[in-house]
Design a protein around this ligand. Structure first.
Ligand SMILES: [Zn+2]
Length: 372
């Protein structure tokens, strides 16, 4: 990726550009900071600039053969090492397709997202001894394209001691034109011996205004919304993205809920079937999130009916909807609703057929809502 695709970090970009231009590239660098500050994106942009055959003043060209290879994460002289679940693969290379996919989807991600990506059982990944041997082997080869060989180690703090110890010598005295780029969230868990052999590149928080501008451009947010998110995330792009995602999810679920209640109230069977079909086509995770959301709305309706309004915890769009809807949730049907949605949640978790389950749910909701 190009420096222009990295959110903010203008000073650091300048520093890295001048490092390459003045040929003062330290052979082992440790990019330190939270993943949401952009440690990995900035390391990738640095490599692309280094390899670029037609460097522009402040960035790689983005179109030369080298740039395209780095962009696809398929440059023969750019090697990656990252934590893997040892029972799946002791080496990074077999997991490269997932690695490329993850960075393609979003280069701002953390170890948790990575774990979810590579292992359904979500076991803890490490960088182990076998991988360190592989690193040494790869770096002993001559560079394919005659320039630098780069070894980028992501989440370097996940190297176990055996791995780290094996790498000490090569990090201290690497073969000619070899570059180690370690990316790490915290130096706390890294061996002192490794730390003392690397030059630290501190990746600071992203400026609030840069996060806000990024959200506006990439997530079609207005000034108020993007400023409000940017103000709450403490310079962390990843957190900002999560917050935006939550908002989208909220809007989706709210829309689904309103639609469900509407078609069931009108006893429109055809629309009910259609609603059931569309939610059945989404992921189990999504279905569970929706069911939870519906439970939240039933509870809020009850609170609205039987307590003072100010006790309810709802957003503006929910509040508007509940104004008319809450009267349909009463002591006559609340228990039925809660039980139905709780039971459905339980059954989805146990792999029930979504289409049958949600069709059924629609007919029950139709009955209950008219029993208010
Ligand atoms: Zn280029």
């Amino acid at each position: 990726m190009q420096f222009s695709a990295v959110v903010g970090q203008e000073e650091l970009k300048k520093h890295l550009v001048s490092e390459v231009r003045n040929e003062k590239i330290s052979h082992a660098q440790l990019f330190l900071g939270k993943p949401g500050y952009g440690t990995l994106p900035i390391a990738l942009a640095f490599v692309q600039f280094l390899f670029c055959e037609d460097k522009k003043e402040n960035d790689s060209c983005g179109v030369c053969a080298s740039c395209r290879k780095v962009q696809k994460l398929q440059h023969p002289d750019l090697h990656f090492s990252f934590p893997t679940v040892q029972t799946i693969s002791k080496l990074s290379d077999p997991i490269l397709p997932e690695w490329r996919e993850q960075i393609g989807e979003n280069p701002y991600f953390n170890l948790n997202a990575w774990i979810k990506k590579i292992d359904v059982k979500e076991r803890k990944p490490i960088i182990g001894k076998d991988e360190s041997q592989e690193i040494i082997k790869k770096l002993s080869l001559r560079a394919f394209e005659g320039g630098y060989k780069v070894m980028l180690i992501w989440m370097a703090e996940e190297m176990n001691t055996a791995c780290a110890n094996k790498l000490l010598k090569i990090i201290e005295e690497p073969p000619a034109k070899t570059l180690f780029l370690l990316v790490s969230e915290s130096q706390e868990y890294m061996l002192q011996t490794i730390l003392s052999r690397t030059q630290k590149v501190i990746v600071p928080r992203v400026h609030m205004s840069d996060i806000s501008a990024f959200l506006k451009e990439n997530h079609q947010m207005n000034n108020d919304a993007s400023d409000s998110v940017a103000a709450r995330v403490d310079g962390d792009v990843l957190e900002a993205l999560e917050m935006v995602g939550d908002q989208v999810e909220h809007d989706e679920n709210h829309g689904l809920f309103v639609q469900l209640m509407r078609v069931c109230y009108k006893k429109n069977v055809l629309d009910m079937m259609q609603w059931a079909e569309s939610i059945a086509a989404t992921s189990k995770e999504h279905q569970k999130v929706f069911l939870r959301y519906a439970l939240h709305m039933f509870r809020q309706s009850m609170l609205r009916n039987y307590t003072e309004d100010h006790l309810t915890r709802v957003s503006a769009d929910e509040d508007k909807f509940l104004e008319n809807f809450a009267r349909f949730i009463t002591g006559n049907n609340i228990m039925d609703f809660m039980e139905l949605f709780n039971k459905s949640f339980y059954q989805i978790e146990r792999n029930a057929n979504g289409k049958i389950l949600f069709t059924n749910l629609c007919f029950q909701v139709m009955r209950f809502i008219h029993a208010a």
